[in-house]
Design a protein around this ligand. Sequence first.
Ligand code: VGL
Ligand code: ZN
Length: 197
Amino acid sequence: MEQNKHIALRAGDALLLVDVQNDFLPGGALAVPHGDEVIVPLNRLIERFGVHGLPVYATRDWHPVGHCSFRERGGPWPPHCLADTRGARFPTQLALPEGAVVISKATTPDKDTYSGFEGTDLDERLRERSVQRLAIGGLATDYCVLNTVRDALKLRYRVLLVRDAIRAVEVHAGDGERAIAEMEARGALSVDSGNLA
Ligand code: VGL
Ligand code: ZN
């Protein structure tokens, strides 16, 4: 872990916000404990990346009615992030810039995906901007952040895991810490949002 190291942003960097959506915040349909606490550090990063003219990407869980991940269909989750509803929207406090690229995922009824890369054009969108390194934050550490980071590393992006800008669901106690340990073991570098500039 090298959270305390200053890291200079540079060409080829991008910010990737994972599923910062109302339903994952306190009061939402699938609330992640303390999920709202990612917003302040992410807004700080949005500002920094903007200063450098670096791109910002935001994934969103975007499920149809009757999605297979919902309990009514034998899935593990309550209905959440229904496409085009308030729960699926980005919170108004999140200062998404106008040019942010929004990537919808898990949009078909019979397949669930936790990775922002699976079934989306995220990889192509990053390649067209020559992105090589991703600062990643958002929700949830033990699901969509974990799976997005796994795929990013498989696709040979370098990953800065913004530790103060992620929170875990913790269906089982310790899931968040285990996810972080796995991401680091695979090559993600833990950083603090305050150390990226
Ligand atoms: C997520 C559970 C269900 C996530 C999405 O964004 O981490 N978790 N759907
Ligand atoms: Zn979902």
